[in-house]
Write a protein that binds this ligand. Structure first.
Ligand SMILES: NC(=O)c1ccc[n+]([C@@H]2O[C@H](COP(=O)([O-])OP(=O)(O)OC[C@H]3O[C@@H](n4cnc5c(N)ncnc54)[C@H](O)[C@@H]3O)[C@@H](O)[C@H]2O)c1
Ligand SMILES: O=c1ccn([C@@H]2O[C@H](COP(=O)(O)OP(=O)(O)O[C@H]3O[C@H](CO)[C@@H](O)[C@H](O)[C@H]3O)[C@@H](O)[C@H]2O)c(=O)[nH]1
Length: 472
């Protein structure tokens, strides 16, 4: 196999965009073309305002765009030109049909694979970058092989992506590991090496792991399930802390100091969000059910159940504290993205909480530094809750600062851990002055110094802590 000279990435989303932009940034000898069927998304990638917010992304894109990095809607042309193609399309949870609510919808992966089979005029390495159920590569292979000829051969690799949003560029530049799975045939191993050489431009050899295809596919689901499991574990403990006077930060710290456990992913919260954790765990649950392993399925499913419980528990606590009713009360929600440093709102805990507040007839004022009005309105529109965008606009006020949201509010709820909401950055005395009294503050991110805010007059309620515990 000669060195890869031209890469096409199908799917210009949160993964395809940053991942392939970094490849172009680190491999000036490779032409990288990122394509998408969504012309608005491609136009944004080619504009001054990139379609996603990610620290450091703009510098990487601006450094290489128009040189060896291109964004295009010409999917067929880019496929034909490439020696290696990343398939980085969305794989959402199925909404209907067999496996609805659990299984991954592989329609986009299949359609991209069929397109490759249809238009390729030379041999290609096809790389499964999307997160998919174990053995999806087999289906892709079947489609591609049905279109192979003496002259055109396809190799399939699995190369799951482990970047986290908000730190994507750092994660891509300094990955803990790169995982490449291949069929253990001479051609498969050659293709695996060709992709390893691409990453080898900036990733140390020891950090590039090579496995068989199925291990690679399963490792991606397993890693996400285990990460989310830690959050559900600490969130389950947060309920015990609130009932006993233990402090969840102290418990997490004490546990995390055990080097066998480690300190990361033990931050109690209002519940994990994001496009991946829930989807990928449900995917694993479905896979286990299909393999007739009901105990295994139930085990992983509990991670998602616990996450839903945590969100509901938080809402119940707010209502109870506000004297058992929030009807007509003004609730200021600070943060709408699923975590800080991203404008992504997919599966954000904020959406669940706010829908519950609306159902309780509260007035909700929302502020997030990176999420725009249109996105918030779209996320909150749901048949049966608030049917239309106009109705959403009646229930919620979208604000341009935390101060505006908190003005005349009965409660402030911290949902996303943006740095600007920390008590050394936001003027909480000013917030307090503008609020109805008693002024309640619910910290779903263990972000603020509660004793300090209590001294200002706030009634503070923090996940996993009680006032009686002293340090809460
Ligand atoms: N978002 C993350 O942080 C993250 C991290 C690791 C892995 N993943 C996985 O990566 C995959 C992509 O996720 P994402 O967040 O980038 O999704 P996304 O929705 O942001 O982007 C996917 C893009 O693919 C395009 N697309 C779909 N079908 C196409 C086709 N046939 N031809 C051309 N373009 C097509 C869509 O228009 C969309 O722009 C998913 O499987 C996801 O689970 C996501
Ligand atoms: O201790 C923690 C850590 C995270 N979270 C929350 O968990 C969610 C997910 O956070 P994070 O994992 O940092 O972001 P993602 O972008 O969803 O990244 C995850 O999902 C990606 C998609 O598969 C993987 O590539 C990443 O490795 C994996 O971390 C967010 O709501 C966080 O606020 C907590 O509540 N407590």
């Amino acid at each position: 196999m000669t060195a890869v000279k031209s890469i096409c990435c199908i799917g210009a989303g949160y993964v395809g965009g940053p991942t392939c932009a970094v490849i172009a940034y680190k491999c000036h000898d490779i032409k990288v073309t990122i394509v998408d069927v969504n012309p608005a998304r491609i136009a944004a990638w080619n504009s001054d305002k990139l379609p996603i917010y990610e620290p450091g992304l703009e510098d990487v894109v601006l450094a290489r765009r128009g040189k060896n990095l291109f964004f295009s809607t010409n999917v067929d042309g880019a496929i034909q030109e490439a020696d290696l193609i990343f398939v980085s399309v969305n794989t959402p949870t199925k909404k209907s049909g067999m496996g609805a609510g659990r299984a991954a919808d592989l329609a986009y992966v299949e359609s991209a694979t069929r397109r490759i089979a249809q238009v390729a005029t030379s041999s290609k390495i096809v790389v499964e970058k999307s997160t998919v159920p174990c053995r999806t590569a087999q289906s892709m292979r079947t489609i591609l092989e049905a279109n192979s000829t003496d002259k055109i051969h396809f190799d399939i690799l699995s190369n799951p992506e482990f970047l986290a949003e908000g730190t994507a560029i750092d994660d891509l530049l300094k990955p803990d590991r790169v995982l490449i799975g291949a069929l253990q045939t001479p051609e498969g191993i050659r293709a695996q090496q060709a992709l390893a050489d691409v990453y080898g431009h900036w990733v140390a050899k020891e950090s590039i792991l090579t496995t068989n295809l199925w291990s690679s596919e399963l490792s991606k689901l397993a890693a996400n399930a285990m990460l989310a499991q830690r959050i559900s574990s600490v969130n389950a403990l947060s309920a015990i802390c609130e009932a006993t006077g233990a402090d969840v930060d102290e418990v997490a710290y004490a546990c995390g100091r055990d080097s066998r456990l480690g300190s990361k992913f033990l931050k109690a919260s209002v519940g994990f969000g994001g496009s991946c954790f829930q989807k990928d765990i449900l995917n694993l649950v479905y896979l286990s059910e299909q393999l007739n392993l009901p105990e295994v399925a139930a085990y992983w499913h509990q991670v998602v159940i616990m996450n839903e419980y945590q969100k509901k528990r938080f809402v119940r606590n707010i209502i109870k504290t506000l004297f058992n009713t929030i009807t007509n009360k003004k609730i200021a929600v600070l943060g709408f993205a699923f975590k800080k440093d991203t404008g992504d709102t997919r599966e954000s805990a904020a959406i669940t909480l706010i829908k519950d507040f609306i159902q309780e007839s509260a007035r909700v004022a929302i502020y997030d530094p990176k999420v725009d009005r249109q996105q918030i309105v779209m996320d909150l529109s749901e048949p049966g809750v608030v049917d239309t965008q106009q109705q959403v606009e009646k229930h919620v006020q979208i604000c341009s600062s935390a101060y505006e949201a908190a003005k005349d509010a009965d409660a402030v709820v911290l949902v996303t851990e943006w740095d600007e909401f920390r008590d050394d950055q936001l003027d909480y005395a000013k917030i307090y002055d503008g609020m109805h009294k008693p002024a309640f503050l619910f910290d779903g991110r263990l972000l603020v110094n509660a004793p300090k805010l209590r001294k200002m007059g706030f009634k503070v309620n923090v996940i996993g802590k009680t006032e009686l515990a002293g340090k809460a």
